[in-house]
Design a protein around this ligand. Structure first.
Ligand SMILES: C[S@@+](CC[C@H](N)C(=O)[O-])C[C@H]1O[C@@H](n2cnc3c(N)ncnc32)[C@H](O)[C@@H]1O
Length: 313
């Protein structure tokens, strides 16, 4: 992840929402995780991944249906542009839902989205993990959702402890971690070498390892998410995996997501792919090429997301 290691975010995320200046911090892999630049991709992903979030929310509704009170306070930690946060707000209309993120720009997007959809959503800027404890002043949370965020924090176990501390007794934490990587094209494309996606997976694992190693306060831990939730003091821990499936031919939104993901692979995996695979990506991304992702009838999107749930006793 491209992080300003002192301040967490690269583009003034420690300022008021959307008002930030750019830090002049330099870093080797500068374009890897510029969250602001990824806003559109995060929205496309959030929308295409909607079916898994809806199923996870249904599980949260089930888990909180028999508590002493209906959920009143919900936090989405690392909300990005707020696609899931708006779904939570729609599903729990009585609750006060707060989208929390380090990026003021992404929170501004979340606020605009909520206004457009007519759901109630608050936003709060905070760096993780340093700013987590301060979220206690919002009041104990009945539900905390954190999608694809904990792995961006150096001390993952520490982050889970901090999140568990924010829960009311009986409150539920849901984190999205793990699952299976996406597939979106045939194994053999008819050009380049077959199995491009298998090599993209390997390249991603290398980049992920580098990202984790470079995070401030990085702690190596067995990434046994249910075990980590139990160590954080949570009970009734369980995991559910949901399929996200958009068959061919792809609609515009998922197709743009597949294009954006390939572009991102091209930009960020250069250190880990050979020239032939990079040339294949170039062809897939070239609008003038008949093999371009924009026009392929065989493109699809298939992946699995795992959500781990735990309850504060
Ligand atoms: C992969 S995106 C996930 C967005 C959304 N939850 C989803 O599932 O699509 C990670 C988000 O976490 C935020 N984030 C990552 N590391 C952070 C940190 N250390 N402090 C605050 N926010 C952070 C980023 O700004 C980004 O919006």
């Amino acid at each position: 992840m491209n992080r300003d290691h002192k301040h967490g975010h690269k583009h003034g995320h420690n300022q008021g929402q959307g008002q930030g200046h750019s830090h002049s911090h330099t870093h080797t892999h500068d374009d890897d995780f510029d969250w602001d630049a990824m806003a559109d991709l995060l929205v496309l992903e959030g929308e295409a991944h909607g079916p898994y979030v809806q199923q996870a929310i249904a599980e949260l509704q089930r888990l909180t249906a028999h508590g002493e009170r209906t959920p009143r306070r919900i936090l989405d930690i690392g909300s990005g542009p707020g696609v899931a946060a708006c779904r939570l707000a729609a599903a729990f209309p009585v609750a006060e839902v707060t989208a929390v993120d380090g990026s003021g720009q992404l929170l501004a997007r979340a606020g605009q989205r909520a206004a457009r959809l007519g759901v109630g959503l608050r936003t709060r800027q905070a760096e993780f993990p340093s700013g987590l404890a301060e979220l206690a002043e919002l009041g104990a949370a009945d539900i905390i959702w954190s999608g694809q965020v904990v792995h961006h924090v150096g001390d993952q176990q520490g982050a889970l402890h901090a999140l568990a501390d924010l829960l009311a007794p009986g409150g539920v934490l849901a984190i999205v971690e793990g699952g299976l990587p996406a597939r979106s094209l045939p194994r053999d494309l008819g050009f380049g070498r077959p199995d491009l996606f298998a090599r993209l997976d390997v390249a991603m694992t290398h980049r992920f390892a580098r990202m984790r190693a470079e995070l401030p306060g990085s702690v190596a831990v067995v990434e046994d998410w249910p075990g980590l939730l139990r160590t954080a003091g949570l009970t009734e821990v369980h995991s559910r995996t949901f399929l996200v499936e958009h068959p061919a031919p792809l609609a515009d939104g998922p197709r743009q997501l597949v294009r954006g993901t390939l572009e991102r692979s091209r930009q960020s995996l250069g250190d880990f792919l050979d020239a032939e695979d990079l040339a294949t990506l170039d062809r897939l991304l070239d609008p003038a090429d008949p093999a371009c992702i924009d026009r392929r009838a065989d493109a699809y999107l298939l992946l699995a997301k795992t959500v781990h749930f735990g309850r504060r006793p």
